[in-house]
Structure formats: structure tokens, C-alpha cells
Ligand binder design. Structure first.
Ligand code: SF4
Length: 378
């Protein structure tokens, strides 16, 4: 079980909250595509012939590529990697880029799952975020994608935006259900350092985020999704049975993956590595047949910490038996001991050998996971 992530580092304009690696230098698109094909060739052995189940085009804005360019990348991946018969192939798209013709084209080349960056069904929220698209464009793309027969369709929504009242957030969820979508990714707006949003809030040009509002929205979200039979299968992801993202599940279940393109991360079970984020360096290094990356060999403790962090965020929970088998009894004992106070406070629950966050605990997921982390002396 393994996956491929392809990072397309271009955006038409920078959203104010975004700290992903992206550029507006579309003139670099062709050199980038050549470099990416070179990287695919160079790194074809990274996963040591593991079978690939999923491919994910993320960014940046992959829908800035023409269908024929996406197909060229896909063809190279098929040539160099061993793919299962029907891999899940996801493309992230932004509503402003996409026509019905484009959707038909990408469906024809094999894209079978779309992730649409809607963020909100209100234009004032989109303006706060500096998104380029309008609500009308977002609604049109969802309908067009449905008409084109994309059954695997997810949208992103953001909550906790200062302009997004509780009523508007409810309305966003109403619209999500009205479209009959089967998967939702919902994220709390966070102010990352060195983003335009951070500067605008500092200069009092944008309203600051209210943490209580985010918490209310998260609680509303859980309640509405549960009432509509969605599984909260990862802290930011909800799906009806059979509609989970296979690609993201693969990350959360600790499978191996290769990340291609500038700033993309890879994991092979023993080390994690990440490509240079600098596009010039990336282009030069691929032309010398040597992608520049940094690498970290993970210690047993780091692997345990990562397992606790990711597994707790999922509906599969943190498996003490797995910890015992992979890391040893002392890690499992430590984990269970540290979990006790959170079990007592109803933030964690234990069922058999597994620990799960309660709905209340989901509000403090990172802090609870950090309490279960080990130090190197264990
Ligand atoms: S479209 Fe996505 S990657 Fe590009 S700036 Fe906006 S949030 Fe960031």
C-alpha cells in the first residue's frame, strides 16, 4: 500500500491565510513540467516497487495545468511505478479555473476524484480570505462535476472566519448537504506566521480570529455531520461509508508515499524527506539529475510519537496492541498510563485495545497527543 503526491506549485493569486509553497510565476510552468518528469525518472525506485494505490495532484493549484499536461505526468507515473488496476487519482481544483469542457477532459484522462477549494458559500468570507473565485463559480463547478459523472467529489470549507457568523456556517453546511456530496474536508482558519493575514491582523486591517467562534463552529460541524450519517474519520474529514479519501487515509495509516515537485514530502518507513521549496534550486537540481532535499532518519521514539499523533486524529484510533508489537511493551504501558487522566476527564475513551478521542477531546487533539509522546529515554 503506497501513494504518490505531485505538488503543482502555481497559484493565480495568493490567498491571505496560505502558507503552502506556491508561486504566481506561470512562465515557469514548462521548465517545471520538464523538471518534474526528470524527477519521476530519477526517483522511480524510492518506493522499492511497492504497488501504488493512489495518486494525488495537490498544490498550489493543479487545475492551472491543462488536461494534456496532467496526462503527460500521469503517463510518466504509469511508466515508472507499479500501479493497481484502478488507482484513486485525485486532482485539487479551484473554481475560477474550471469549465465543463475541462472537467470532461480530465475525466477522460483518468482523474476519478476531485477536491474543490470552495471554502465558503458567502462572497464576504471569500473576500476576507482573498480567494479569487466567487460563490457562483463554486456552485457551478460542483454541479458541472456532478453532471460529468465524478462520483468521488469532495469540497473544502473553512470555519472560524471572522465574517462567518454561526448562522452562515450552518447555511454553508446546509448547502453542502443540498449538493448531496459524500465527503467534506473542514478546517479551522488559523493565522500562520509570515502570511498576509498575520500582517493584516497586526495592522488592524483585518478582523482577528476568535477562538471561541472556531470552537462553536467545530461543535456545530460535528453535530450536523453526525446527524446526516457522516463518519468523522479524521479530525478535519467527514465521509459517508465507502467515500473516504484513500490517499489521505494512507498517510494517516502510516503507509509509504513519494512526494514529487518542490516542497513535497516523502516517507519510506524509516526516513522522511522533503524537496527544496525553492523553484530555481528545484529546476537546477533536476537538470543535474539530483533533486535537492533534506532528510531525517526517524528514531523509534519519533515513529511512536508520529503514530500516536496521526492515529488519535482518526476514527480507527490509537491501537495499543500495535504499539506493543511495533515499539515494545514499555511504549504501550507508557501510552496507557499517560492516557488515564484524559480518560478520566472524558477527553479520551478506551475500547478494547484502542484509544479514541471523544468529541470533547477532538477540541484538544494536539495537546492530548503531545501528552502521550515519549522522550528518548524510555
Ligand atoms: S489556492 Fe490554495 S495553495 Fe494557492 S494560495 Fe490559495 S490556499 Fe494557497
Amino acid at each position: 500500500m503506497a501513494g504518490i503526491y505531485v505538488h503543482i506549485p502555481f497559484c493565480k493569486q495568493k490567498c491571505h491565510y496560505c502558507n503552502f509553497y506556491s508561486l504566481s510565476l506561470q512562465k515557469l510552468k514548462h521548465p517545471f513540467l520538464n523538471a518534474l518528469l526528470q524527477e519521476i525518472d530519477e526517483r522511480k525506485s524510492y518506493l522499492q516497487n511497492e504497488t501504488i494505490q493512489t495518486i494525488y495532484y495537490g498544490g498550489g493549484t493543479p487545475s492551472l495545468l491543462q488536461a494534456v499536461e496532467i496526462e503527460t505526468i500521469l503517463r510518466a507515473l504509469k511508466q515508472q511505478f507499479d500501479l493497481v488496476e484502478n488507482p484513486e487519482i485525485t486532482l485539487e481544483l479551484n473554481p475560477e479555473d474550471v469549465s465543463k469542457t475541462y472537467l470532461k477532459e480530465i475525466k477522460n484522462i483518468g482523474i476519478n476524484r476531485l477536491s474543490i477549494g470552495v471554502q465558503s458559500f458567502f462572497n464576504d468570507d471569500l473576500a476576507y480570505l482573498n480567494r479569487k473565485h466567487s460563490v457562483a463559480q463554486a456552485q457551478q463547478v460542483i454541479s458541472d462535476a456532478q453532471e460529468c459523472g465524478f462520483e468521488k467529489l469532495t469540497i473544502d470549507l473553512i470555519y472560524g472566519i471572522p465574517t462567518l457568523t454561526d448562522e452562515k456556517w450552518n447555511k454553508n453546511l446546509d448547502l453542502f448537504f443540498q449538493f448531496g456530496l459524500k465527503h467534506l474536508s473542514a478546517y479551522a482558519l488559523t493565522v500562520e506566521p509570515r502570511t498576509v493575514l498575520a500582517r493584516r491582523i497586526e495592522m488592524k486591517k483585518a478582523a482577528a480570529i476568535d477562538e471561541n467562534q472556531s470552537i462553536r463552529h467545530f461543535e456545530q460541524l460535528i453535530q450536523r455531520m453526525e446527524a446526516n450519517n457522516f463518519v468523522h474519520y479524521e479530525i478535519s474529514n467527514f465521509a459517508q461509508p465507502g467515500h473516504y479519501s484513500k490517499h489521505n487515509s494512507l498517510y494517516w495509516l502510516g503507509a509509504n508515499y513519494i512526494g514529487l515537485g518542490p516542497s513535497a514530502h516523502s516517507y519510506n518507513g524509516s526516513s522522511r524527506q522533503w524537496n527544496t521549496s525553492n523553484i530555481d534550486e528545484y529546476l537546477q537540481s533536476t537538470s543535474r539529475a539530483q533533486v535537492i532535499f533534506e532528510k531525517e532518519i526517524l528514531t523509534k521514539t519519533q515513529k511512536y510519537d508520529e503514530y500516536v499523533m496521526t492515529s488519535l486524529r482518526t476514527s480507527w484510533g490509537c491501537d495499543l496492541e500495535h504499539i506493543k508489537n511495533v515499539f515494545g511493551n514499555n511504549f504501550a504501558d507508557y501510552c496507557l498510563k499517560e492516557a488515564q487522566k484524559h480518560i478520566k476527564n472524558n477527553l479520551l475513551k478506551q475500547e478494547g485495545n484502542r484509544l479514541y478521542l471523544t468529541n470533547q477531546g477532538k477540541l484538544f487533539a494536539d495537546g492530548i497527543a503531545a501528552d502521550l509522546f515519549c522522550d528518548e529515554t524510555i
